[in-house]
Design a protein around this ligand. Structure first.
Ligand code: 5GP
Ligand code: ZN
Length: 138
């Protein structure tokens, strides 16, 4: 399952060169061209899935296992002090390349990078309404 128009399909297949830090039959892990920090990498499945919702469950399990392995390697070899894992779905959530990918972002004391959101201040009642909506009790 490849998409002829998709740049990450081509990178994952090795048709476009990339700085690859891991590869197996199903995945390629590459360095991001616009890194947030030193070592910022992307896990790409070799098959084309637009986002998390299209990613089959067994691949999702493998992605998180691989993320853990890569994070450990970067902590050790890049001397990262911390780590962010980010995965964007849809334009409104910041996705710009529509082939599933997981961001692996090593963090360093004092790196001054900002990854975050503006926290809301919901009441307990509002949280309860949302909880019901999510679990289908609304
Ligand atoms: P998104 O915003 O979709 O979650 O992340 C897309 C990421 O892909 C960005 O961090 C961007 O820097 C990276 N990126 C886009 N095009 C390329 C490319 O051709 N090669 C590599 N290595 N990274 C890319
Ligand atoms: Zn693709």
């Amino acid at each position: 399952m490849k998409d002829d128009q998709c740049i990450f399909c081509k990178i994952a297949a090795g048709e476009i060169p990339s700085k690859t830090i891991y590869e197996d039959e199903e995945f390629r892990v590459i360095l991001d061209l616009g890194p947030a920090t030193k070592g910022h990498a992307l896990i790409l499945p070799k098959d084309h899935y637009k986002d998390l919702f299209e990613l089959p469950e067994e691949k999702a399990e493998k992605v998180i296992r691989l993320a853990k392995k890569m994070a450990a390697a970067m902590k050790e070899n890049l001397h990262a002090d911390g780590f962010n894992i980010i995965q964007n779905n849809s334009e409104c959530a910041g996705q710009t390349v529509f082939h599933f990918h997981m961001h692996l972002i090593p963090r360093y004391e004092g790196d001054k990078q900002k990854i975050g959101w503006i926290p809301g201040k919901p009441s307990q009642e509002e949280l309860e309404e949302i909880r019901k909506e999510i679990v289908g009790e609304a």
